[in-house]
Design a binder for this molecule. Structure first.
Ligand code: LLP
Length: 404
């Protein structure tokens, strides 16, 4: 992705062309980026040969899922809707895992009927419901037990999941108790231990700590798990000088873990597969100058991309057209929504920009469109998929008539 003759291109298509054809704001994804990410992921973890289940919550567009499925990935789903879209995208049920603390009986029933690989149960109450369904269906259901390793993921507090104060997984005591109670159950077959300590993890150290704790509990339980599901969380680079997870260090840790525990590894990556493959294209509505700063008012807002408002996340913003002239003033990129937190980024100096110019908000392929809403009664944006020189609309912009 680079500038050609001063104009930003996504693969071989200029952002200007996309905006002209489909309007703004719109999400644009690059097939090439997605396939590079998958290739890279697979290459780095090649010798442990994991089952890679893409985390559908990060991007649930069926066309994107279909593309990911074609690379052989499975899916990690957390609702009936996500399971339905994964199946619609032709992802095989035997490559689908179902996580989440609050699966309803209806959702469990649906997943069991579809014969997915396993359900990662997070409480004894859930196992009781699964047993009831299995008894009724006269079958045995494969499940995993989600363990809460009480490990700090060293990421944003709001996206940490592996500490004991978080709602996820079973404490060590409960985990061992449930394992003992259900290991000979006629209706559930415990085949997996699962963990997920958080998202956007940029150091291998939290994973190291987590693997140590997991190793200990497996040893203590003396139970042979066919699968160890290590969840996702692999962090990507959002800012120019920020860190991303070093896959090869993580791979090394897992290899030494596997020497003691012979199991098949499952991963549930989301962000690391699609994060840097998405761009939010937006047009400047107005530039409002004040003494201290310029407000750049975009036609994209927190309803389209909530990460900055919700987590204080930073996404790079770049212009679609390079201008060598600089303006030495604070630039605050904001949306039109009536909330002070409807603000994307503050940059000190920026190139000269004008009303109607196009701006590109980067790395929004994960947790972008899926978290969009109709707040301020704004229609959700369209989604476009670029493959080399071809452009395809994969989600139409919502029509006001359909949401009013
Ligand atoms: N597996 C489980 C059980 C999860 O809860 C998650 C993410 C994943 C896998 C995928 O994690 P990833 O590889 O994408 O980090 N909305 C937040 C992120 C929330 C993540 C929730 N769980 C954000 O925009 O940063």
């Amino acid at each position: 992705m680079k500038y050609k003759n001063g104009r930003f291109n996504i693969e071989n298509v200029s952002v200007e062309k996309i905006a002209k054809k489909f309007g703004t704001p719109c999400y644009v994804y690059s097939c090439q980026n997605i396939s590079n990410n998958i290739y890279n992921f697979k290459k780095n973890f090649k010798d442990i040969n994991p089952l890679i289940c893409f985390s559908v919550k990060s991007n649930s567009n069926s066309k994107i899922l279909n593309l990911i499925g074609k690379f052989g990935l499975g899916a990690d789903v957390v609702s009936k809707g996500e399971l339905m879209v994964a199946l619609k995208a032709k992802i095989k049920p035997e490559k689908i895992v179902f996580s989440g603390v609050g699966k309803t009986v209806n959702e469990l029933q649906f997943a069991i009927n579809k014969k997915i690989l396993l359900i990662n149960a997070e409480s004894e109450s859930e196992i009781i419901e699964i047993e009831k369904i299995a008894k009724k269906n006269k079958n045995k259901v494969n499940i995993g037990l989600r363990f809460n390793p009480d490990t700090d993921a060293n990421t944003l507090k709001s996206i940490s999941t592996g500490k004991k104060e978080n709602k996820f997984g079973l404490t060590k005591k409960k985990f061992l108790k449930i394992l003992k109670k259900y290991k000979n159950s006629k209706f559930v077959n415990i085949i997996c231990l699962s963990v997920h300590i958080g998202s956007q993890i940029t150091s291998h150290i939290p994973y190291k700590n987590m693997l140590n704790v997991v190793n200990k509990i497996i040893h203590q339980s003396k139970y042979k798990f066919k699968y160890i599901d290590l969840g996702g969380g692999m962090g990507i680079q959002y800012e120019n000088n920020s860190n991303k997870l070093n896959y090869s260090k993580y791979n090394k840790l897992i290899k030494s873990f596997l020497k003691k525990n012979k199991s098949k590894i499952i991963f549930e990556p989301g962000r690391s597969i699609v994060g840097n493959a998405g761009y939010l294209i937006s047009k400047i509505i107005y530039i409002k100058e004040t003494n201290s700063k310029n407000f750049i008012i975009l036609d994209a807002a927190m309803n389209d991309l909530i990460r900055p408002a919700l987590y204080g996340a930073k996404h790079r913003i770049i212009p679609s057209k390079i201008n060598r002239k600089k303006v030495n003033k604070i630039h605050e990129f904001v949306g039109p929504i009536c909330e002070t937190t409807d603000k994307f980024l503050t940059i000190n100096d920026f190139q000269k920009i004008n009303q109607k110019d196009l701006m590109i908000i980067c790395d929004v392929g994960a947790y972008g469109m899926v978290l969009s809403s109709n707040y301020n009664l704004r229609p959700k944006p369209s989604e476009i998929l670029v493959n080399k020189s071809s452009i395809r609309i994969i989600t139409k912009r919502q029509k006001l008539n359909n949401i009013i």
